[in-house]
Design a protein around this ligand. Structure first.
Ligand code: F6P
Length: 541
């Protein structure tokens, strides 16, 4: 029980002791430079400035004590050892093996996993080279120009985000499309933009049973058949990524065209596996290998760096501080990079599906808040939408600013403006603006002064990378994966299952049958009314 740990109590008391302290006073002190030196870290090509947080050296020391008391070192070692840390599903969580070198010793159930990983990597390389090189063609012998990834959640968000982030790389040769929603609009609009003779579909699903993906795969299949591709030629247009060979076969995809992964890879941690096939097709295998190398560099840092100098641990524990001791219920991710615009959506699944839990490993309730609401979008757009609330709203929202120091695509003057705004937001949040400063700025209208005051003392991290490269992106993703894991350890929850997605799926099945005309079943009055309205509109009443 995390709340029973000594450090938990100590942190509560410590919070009472420092809650009125102002970050701007710390920065105005003569030794402020020391604060930055003390509260910054470099790892795997990333620089983290966490000086603008409401923490003192003692806060950090207590947070590290909490991590230690929660058994972080042991739990981290268990994860790297391939133990079944996903206890409810009796599985390891060994995504680090997917980005490891072939000679690494990762094992699951006593068996080495690297040979199988390496074999799939080779197949991904070979297949992608044939598609990109034009040797793998559609049924009519035409070159593949468009690839559609059909998948949802972890089978969509990761590869979609990576392909977006690295779209500036020169190796981009194919047009990638991602379709996730069961709303037919998404697939129909995508199909209207591509030519079946030139299109390859990846059906990407760990289970190969997911409603959305299977519905989209079925409709894509019909589209090919309706557009002149013969049934026995479909194999030129469909490949599968899955752990479920039987379901792949049953759908009609030859297992020879299936890229395998394993049940010890959680969906939201799977972009490093064959789920990354779309990335390899888009960017080429070498870029994917660099992505893996970046993730691997962060794994090595996370595995070996002492807790206080460990970037995922420090970021995780700052999150714990705000969530559990300062009462902050949301956290914002603001990448100042259009390339990274999909990172917040990826992180929502990573954090909220992993740590949005209320019971501990042993099934007892967690008597502490777990995952905050994670949200955000690319800067500077957010500044003109919701940053008002972050600066002056009644809730305090910790922000992670992420920025590449050099632009993926340069236009004169733009990047300095972008970075200036990023740094200015963090400075404004920390420093705020007093009534005296407003007046000194020459405000004409005295009645407005209080509206122009910023309380400040609002926390943020700033995470910098030199460029958005496959390597830095890999490190960034792995950083947040491990940060998520560490928080799960503190809350003593299983970060690798997702039972909370099941009930809605279960209830949707009979409702779908009712919408399609089956006899209505008893529901609550509200749901009954909604179903009746839909049946009337669909003509199934
Ligand atoms: O419903 C949630 C979920 O199971 C996610 O955890 C997963 O990433 C997503 O659905 C897709 O699952 P699959 O890859 O099996 O289609």
């Amino acid at each position: 029980m995390p709340t029973n740990l000594h450090a938990w109590d100590a942190l509560q008391q410590h919070h009472e002791a420092i809650r009125e302290q102002q970050m701007r006073d710390w920065f105005d002190a003569p030794d402020a430079g020391q604060r930055v030196a003390q509260f910054s870290l470099e790892a795997a090509g990333l620089y983290l400035d966490y000086a603008k947080n409401r923490v003192t050296p003692q806060t950090l020391a207590l947070l590290m004590q909490l991590a230690d008391e929660a058994g972080l070192n042991e739990r981290r070692d268990a994860m790297f050892a391939g133990d079944q840390i996903n206890a409810t599903e009796h599985r390891a969580a060994l995504h680090m093996a997917l980005r490891a070198l072939p000679e690494a010793g990762y094992q699951v159930d006593g068996a080495p996993v690297m040979p199988a990983i390496q074999a799939v990597r080779e197949r991904m390389r070979d297949f992608s080279e044939r598609v990109r090189g034009g040797q793998w063609t559609g049924a009519s012998g035409k070159r593949i120009t468009d690839v559609i990834n059909l998948g949802i959640g972890g089978s969509d968000l990761g590869p979609r985000m990576v392909c977006r982030a690295l779209a500036h790389l020169p190796g981009n040769r194919l047009r990638l499309h991602f379709v996730s929603n069961v709303d037919g609009t998404e697939l129909a609009e995508t199909l209207s933009r591509v030519d079946p003779e030139h299109t390859l579909v990846i059906v990407c699903s760990k289970t190969f049973t997911t409603l959305e993906t299977m519905a989209n795969a079925g409709s894509a299949r019909r589209w090919f058949l309706d557009n002149g591709v013969a049934e026995n030629q479909l194999s030129r247009h469909f490949v599968a990524v899955s752990t479920n060979v039987e379901a792949v076969r049953a759908f009609g995809i030859d297992p020879a065209n299936m890229f395998e992964f394993w049940d010890w890879v959680g969906g939201r941690f799977s972009l490093w596996s064959s789920v990354g096939l779309s990335i390899v097709l888009a960017l080429g295998y070498d870029a994917f290998a660099e992505l893996l190398a970046g993730g691997r560099a962060m794994d090595e840092h996370f595995r070996t760096a002492p807790l206080p100098a460990n970037m995922p641990v420090v970021m995780a524990m700052l999150g714990i501080w705000y969530r559990n001791f300062c009462g902050m219920s949301t956290s914002c991710l603001a990448p100042y990079s259009t390339s990274l615009e999909l990172f917040p959506a990826f992180l929502q699944q990573l954090e909220m599906e992993s740590n949005g839990k209320s019971v501990q490993l042993d099934g007892r309730r967690v008597h502490a808040h777990t995952s905050p609401v994670v949200w955000g979008s690319a800067g500077t757009n957010g500044q003109h939408a919701y940053f008002q609330m972050i600066h002056q709203g009644s809730q305090i929202v910790p922000v992670d600013f992420i920025a590449p120091l050099r632009p993926p695509r340069a236009l004169p003057g733009h990047h300095a403006k972008l970075l200036a705004n990023c740094f200015a937001q963090a400075e404004a949040l920390m420093r705020g603006r007093t009534a005296e400063e407003v007046r000194a700025g020459g405000t004409a209208d005295d009645a407005c002064v209080s509206h122009m005051v910023f309380d400040g003392n609002r926390p943020s991290n700033t995470l910098l990378m030199q460029d958005v490269t496959p390597h830095t992106l890999g490190a960034l993703i792995a950083l947040y994966e491990h940060r998520t894991f560490v928080q799960g350890v503190i809350w003593n929850i299983n970060s690798f299952d997702q039972w909370g997605v099941e009930l809605g799926k279960l209830l949707a099945r009979p409702i779908e049958a009712e919408l399609n005309g089956a006899a209505t079943a008893p529901h609550d009055a509200s749901t009954t009314t909604l179903i009746a309205r839909a049946r009337a509109a669909l003509g199934s009443a």
